[in-house]
Every structure is written in structure tokens, then in C-alpha cells.
Design a protein around this ligand. Structure first.
Ligand SMILES: NC(=O)c1ccc[n+]([C@@H]2O[C@H](COP(=O)([O-])OP(=O)(O)OC[C@H]3O[C@@H](n4cnc5c(N)ncnc54)[C@H](OP(=O)(O)O)[C@@H]3O)[C@@H](O)[C@H]2O)c1
Length: 353
């Protein structure tokens, strides 16, 4: 690519997207980037603008806006919603027009998730033995559209095969860790992930660490900084040495650097709660059906297995440094912060207590 590269970042205020935004702003070739970010509120729009991004107010519900933004972009980095098919179709429509009008083939780096491999219904009772590898696109291609995130992933692979766009799909395992940097410091970036914080919140309310079934199910994990580094490495490779970055049917990049059982997370939460002075048994207990209804919308998704290896990601040169040990150590600060937030909320709701 020559000249300035127009990058459209979708999800810049998010947990993963904020860490990517920071790396784009601090990139050694940042002066060659023209970065546009979508913001859902006027406050976030203003904050992103002050950070030096071209910020646009809107959401994935504005399909015409998405199409127009995608039309202008050489690179779209999507880190907002893995499952919004209508939004992705609007983005692809814009990218198709970009190709028709300019003749170049734009780049789409999309965030899916390792949940595509989840064996829903495992109920936490066993450890799955099959491990997916991102160097086996033939096996990925067999995954049915009914799996989480899969419908959108398949749409992207199909679009890539038509030749008007190159698609690269990142599939993170359980992302963890409290991100740092000026987007967090200024309160722009969400600093909490999804899976572990939801378990911590439920555990604090039920006053004991929990798990689905026996907690024998296994998931991969990835630190948020390592994960954000993968996106930048992928982007750099696509720009400088595109032949080294597979795309389309082969362009799946798993992000993981270790695995954990749900029991291990439940145990770490119990220990964190005790350190915080919130009494908990030291062993996690199985969520009851009522717990699942109360905290997880009735779903036992967190009892599924999901096993995968990011061999292709590592072939690119990705060197994640944080391991499962770091993931388990990250639970304590997560418990601490969530406890303080819940405590503040309760003392505000009951000023006399
Ligand atoms: N965190 C993980 O462990 C993990 C693992 C695998 C896959 N993923 C996937 O990665 C994606 C990002 O995850 P995350 O943890 O970074 O989530 P997050 O912190 O909730 O960030 C989502 C970002 O997307 C924006 N967004 C959400 N819905 C939008 C909409 N309808 N229109 C416009 N912007 C919208 C949010 O804006 P606001 O600031 O306005 O909310 C925010 O900037 C999700 O699709 C998630 O499923 C996450």
C-alpha cells in the first residue's frame, strides 16, 4: 500500500478494541495512518476525537453509515460485535464498492471468538480431547453455521473468495487482564473482559466461587495486551509482506497461550474473595439452575469445552508472553475491583448503611 492508509476501527472504546486503538496511535508509522473510529455516544465521540482519531457518531444499527465508512477504508478492523450479520453485510457492501470504484482490494480484520469450537451442553462434566488448530482450515470449514459466531465468519470467507476483499479472522480465547494506557486512564476504554468478570460478579453475589457442573471443562486464555499485539502484527504483515498472512478460508488466527479448567477459575475466585474479606468456601460449588437463570440468562455455556491452538498466529511471529499462571493471578485484581464497584453501588443505594 502506498500513501496514507485509511483505517476504520469499530469497537475502539471496547476492552479489546481500546487496546488496539492505543497501539495504532502509538504505532511507529502512525503518521501514515488515517484512523476513523465509531462512537456510540457524544461523550465517547468527543473523547476519541481528543485522542487524535477521526471520530464518527453512530452504531451498527446505522447500516448506511457503516457502508459509507467501509467504502472509504483501506482496512477495517472490527472488534465490536462478532455476531451482527446485518452490520457485517453492510460493511462488506461498502468494501465491494471500494473495490469497484478504486480497483484495490481492501482488508477486513474481523474479531470472532474461540466459542465457535464450544461443545455446548458439556455441562462442565468432562474435558474434551479434540483440539482445533488454525493450520487446519479444512477442519474449520466443517464447523456448522449453528455454532456461535460461525454464520458471520462464513459470510466473510465467502466474500473473500469473490475477490473484492481480503478477510482475516481473529478468534480469541478467554481474554483477561486489566488493560492499561491512556484510553483506560481517561475512562474511554472498557477495562473489563466478559467471561471472568461475569463469574466474579455472580460469585460475589452468591458469596462463593462457582462453576458449571464439576468444572472439568477447558477453555483457552489470552492476555489482552498479547491479544492486541496479534492484531498489530497481523496488520503490519498484511501491509508489508501480505504473502505471509493467509486470508479467506485459510485466514483464521487463534489467540491463546494456555488453557484452564473452569474449576481453576472458580477456585481462584474463592481465594480472591477470602483475601478481600468476603467469606467464601475455598472450593467452588456448582451453579444451581437458579444461579444460571439469575446470572447467565439460564445458559450453561460456561460449562462448555473449547480447545484450540494458534499455530498460524505463532507462524506470523506472534509471541504471547502471559500464560495460564498470569490468567489465574489476574482473578484477584478482578475480584478486588468488582467488589469495590459493587460495594460503592450498594453504599450509594443505601446511604444509611
Ligand atoms: N473479551 C473476550 O474475552 C472475547 C473473547 C472472544 C471474542 N470476543 C469478541 O470480541 C468483541 C469485542 O469484545 P470486547 O470484550 O472488547 O467487548 P466490549 O468491551 O464490550 O467492547 C465492544 C466495543 O464495541 C462497541 N459496540 C458494541 N456494540 C456496538 C454497536 N451495536 N454499534 C457500535 N459499536 C458497538 C462498544 O461500544 P461502547 O463503548 O459504546 O459500548 C465497544 O467499543 C465481541 O464481539 C466479543 O464477542 C471477546
Amino acid at each position: 500500500m502506498t500513501g496514507k492508509i485509511n483505517i476504520l476501527l469499530l469497537g475502539a472504546t471496547g476492552y479489546i478494541g481500546g487496546s488496539i486503538a492505543l497501539r495504532l496511535l502509538d504505532h511507529p508509522h502512525a503518521s501514515k495512518f488515517n484512523i476513523t473510529a465509531l462512537a456510540r455516544t457524544p461523550e465517547k465521540w468527543e473523547s476519541l476525537r481528543c485522542m487524535g482519531l477521526n471520530s464518527v457518531l453512530g452504531s451498527f444499527a446505522d447500516l448506511l453509515l457503516l457502508e459509507g465508512l467501509a467504502l472509504e477504508a483501506d482496512v477495517v478492523i472490527q472488534v465490536a460485535d462478532a455476531d451482527n450479520l446485518a452490520a457485517m453485510q453492510a460493511i462488506l457492501k461498502g468494501m465491494r464498492r471500494h473495490h469497484t470504484i478504486r480497483g484495490s482490494v481492501p482488508i477486513l480484520i474481523h474479531t470472532s471468538g474461540a466459542a465457535v469450537f464450544a461443545d455446548l451442553g458439556a455441562g462442565g462434566n468432562f474435558t474434551e480431547v479434540h483440539i482445533y488448530d488454525d493450520l487446519r482450515p479444512d477442519l474449520i470449514a466443517e464447523i456448522p453455521a449453528t455454532q456461535p459466531h460461525r454464520r458471520v465468519d462464513m459470510e466473510l470467507v465467502e466474500a473473500d473468495s469473490e475477490g473484492f476483499v481480503k478477510t482475516y479472522i481473529v478468534l480469541p480465547g478467554v481474554a483477561y487482564g486489566l488493560p492499561s494506557g491512556r484510553l483506560v486512564e481517561k475512562g474511554i476504554q472498557n477495562s473489563h473482559s466478559i467471561a471472568i468478570p461475569s463469574l466474579v460478579r455472580a460469585s460475589l453475589v452468591r458469596k462463593r466461587g462457582g462453576m458449571v457442573g464439576m468444572g472439568n471443562n477447558v477453555w483457552p486464555n489470552v492476555n489482552v495486551d498479547d491479544l492486541a499485539d496479534l492484531y498489530i502484527l497481523l496488520l503490519n504483515t498484511i501491509i508489508v509482506r501480505p504473502e505471509y498472512a493467509a486470508h479467506g478460508r485459510d485466514g483464521f488466527y487463534f489467540a491463546e497461550n494456555g488453557e484452564h479448567t473452569m474449576y481453576q477459575v472458580g477456585k481462584a475466585i474463592c481465594e480472591g474473595m477470602n483475601v478481600m474479606g468476603v467469606h467464601s468456601e475455598l472450593e467452588p460449588s456448582a451453579f444451581t439452575q437458579e444461579d444460571l437463570e439469575n446470572y447467565f440468562g439460564g445458559s450453561d455455556f460456561l460449562g462448555s469445552n473449547c480447545r484450540c491452538r494458534g499455530s498460524r498466529s505463532r507462524l506470523l511471529g506472534w509471541k504471547p508472553v502471559k500464560t495460564t499462571r498470569d490468567m489465574l493471578a489476574s482473578v484477584m485484581p478482578e475480584v478486588e475491583e468488582t467488589f469495590l464497584i459493587q460495594h460503592m453501588f450498594l453504599s450509594h443505594s443505601h446511604p444509611d448503611t
